[in-house]
Design a protein around this ligand. Structure first.
Ligand SMILES: *Cc1c(COP(=O)(O)O)cnc(C)c1O
Length: 351
C-alpha cells in the first residue's frame, strides 16, 4: 500500500502479561501486592460525579500537587504530574532529547527507553553494565545528547550510590540527565535534593509501585522551574488534559496517608529480605535488590524452563529472551502467602 510509506513505524514496548484469570499469582509486573491506602477507597466513594462534566483542573494547581510539593520539599513550579511515569518520561524524551548526538542509557535497563528513542527518532547508545550489573559512571562522560537511567536499575534491582548519580549529572551539565526513580522507595537514595544544585537534572517517580496505584496512572517529575516549564510547553502542545479528575483526586488521597505508604514499603522490604534467603537456599543467585523485585538466575535449571513451569502452576514471573539476561527471572515481591506458594513451586521445579 502506497500510504504505508508515510507511516511512522515502530516496534512497541511489550508489557508483562495481564492474564484474565483471577486465581493466578501475579509476580510479573512489579505491581504492589497490597491495596491502595484506605483513604483512596473513601475518596472514590465520595467522588462528585457531577464534576466530571467539567474539564479537569491543571495538575499543578491541585491539592495533589500541593501535597507532593510539601512531601518532597519543593515548589509546585518544580513539579510536573503525568499519566504514570511512562507519560512523564515520554514527554521528557520529546522535550529534552532533541540533539543529533546520541543519548546514553544502560544496555540492561527499562525496555521502554529504546522504544521512545525510536518513535521520536532520537539516536542512542547503550552503555554496558559491568559483570555485577552496575552502571559505570565513566561510560557517561563522553559527548552525548542526554542521559537516562533508572536508580535503582530495572530489571536488575541494583542501586547506584548517590555520589555516582551526582558524578554523572555533574559531568553532563550541557545536557539533561533523567533519573528514573520508579523503585526508590524500596531502597537507594533519591537524587531529588540535588535538583536545586543542578539545572540539568530531572528526577522522575511513580505512584504505580510504592503507592499501590498502577491502575490509576500517576507519575511525576521534579526539576528546576525552567526545566518544568519546557516540559509543560511540550505537554500542552500534544494533549492538555491528560490527568483526569479521578486520578488527581485519588492520587491526593494516596499521598495524604504517609503512614500506610511507609508500612507497605517496609513490609515489602522485609518480604524481599526473606525471599533472598529462601531463593538462595533453592539454588538461585542474584544481585542485591533495592527494589520490589529480585532478578535471579538458577545455578542449574534454565530460566526459561522455570518461567514456563511456574506459569503451568499459575505463577507468573517475567523472563526476557534477550542477550545477557535470558537466564534470569524477574520476580516481583508479593505477599508472604504468594511467596510461600512460589517457594513450594520452585522446590518442585528446581529441587
Ligand atoms: C514501572 C516503571 C515505570 C513506569 O511506571 P508507570 O506505571 O508508567 O508510572 C518507569 N520506569 C521504570 C524503570 C519502571 O519499572
Amino acid at each position: 500500500m502506497k500510504w504505508e510509506e508515510n507511516v511512522r513505524r515502530v516496534t512497541p514496548y511489550t508489557p508483562g502479561e495481564q492474564p484474565k484469570q483471577t486465581n493466578i499469582i501475579k509476580l510479573n509486573t512489579n505491581e504492589n501486592p497490597y491495596p491502595p491506602a484506605p483513604g483512596v477507597a473513601e475518596a472514590a466513594a465520595a467522588m462528585d460525579v457531577e464534576k466530571l462534566r467539567l474539564y479537569p483542573a491543571f495538575p499543578e494547581q491541585t491539592a495533589l500537587a500541593r501535597l507532593l510539593a510539601e512531601r518532597y520539599h519543593i515548589g509546585t513550579d518544580q513539579l510536573f504530574i503525568g499519566v504514570g511515569s511512562d507519560d512523564v518520561l515520554s514527554m521528557a524524551f520529546l522535550t529534552f532529547f532533541d540533539s543529533n548526538k546520541p543519548i546514553f542509557f544502560p544496555d540492561i535497563t527499562y525496555s521502554f527507553y529504546d522504544v521512545w528513542a525510536d518513535v521520536y527518532r532520537i539516536p542512542y547508545e547503550r552503555k554496558a553494565l559491568n559483570e555485577a550489573f552496575q552502571i559505570r559512571p565513566e561510560d557517561y562522560k563522553q559527548p552525548n545528547g542526554g542521559v537516562i537511567f533508572p536508580n535503582p536499575n530495572a530489571p536488575t534491582g541494583v542501586r547506584m550510590p548517590l555520589e555516582q548519580v551526582e558524578e554523572i549529572v555533574a559531568a553532563n551539565r550541557d545536557v539533561v540527565v533523567i533519573v528514573d526513580e520508579a523503585y526508590i522507595d524500596f531502597g537507594g537514595t533519591s537524587a531529588l535534593p540535588l535538583i536545586d544544585k543542578y539545572d540539568n537534572l530531572l528526577v522522575v517517580q511513580t505512584f504505580s509501585k510504592s503507592r499501590n496505584l498502577a491502575g490509576m496512572r500517576i507519575g511525576f517529575a521534579c526539576g528546576q522551574p525552567k526545566l518544568i516549564r519546557y516540559l509543560n510547553d511540550v505537554k500542552y502542545s500534544v494533549n492538555s488534559y491528560t490527568m483526569n479528575t479521578a486520578a488527581l483526586e485519588l492520587g491526593r488521597a494516596a499521598v495524604q496517608d504517609e503512614a500506610y505508604f511507609e508500612a507497605c514499603c517496609k513490609k515489602i522490604v522485609a518480604t524481599r529480605e526473606a525471599a533472598e534467603e529462601r531463593l538462595s537456599a533453592l539454588g538461585f543467585v542474584f544481585p542485591k535488590s533495592c527494589t520490589n523485585f529480585i532478578f535471579a538466575s538458577h545455578k542449574t535449571v534454565p530460566a526459561r524452563e522455570i518461567f514456563e513451569k511456574l506459569k503451568e502452576n499459575d505463577i507468573y514471573v517475567r523472563w526476557w529472551d534477550k542477550e545477557r539476561i535470558n537466564n534470569y527471572l524477574r520476580i516481583t515481591i508479593g505477599t508472604d502467602e504468594q511467596m510461600e506458594a512460589l517457594y513450594r513451586a520452585l522446590d518442585q521445579i528446581c529441587g
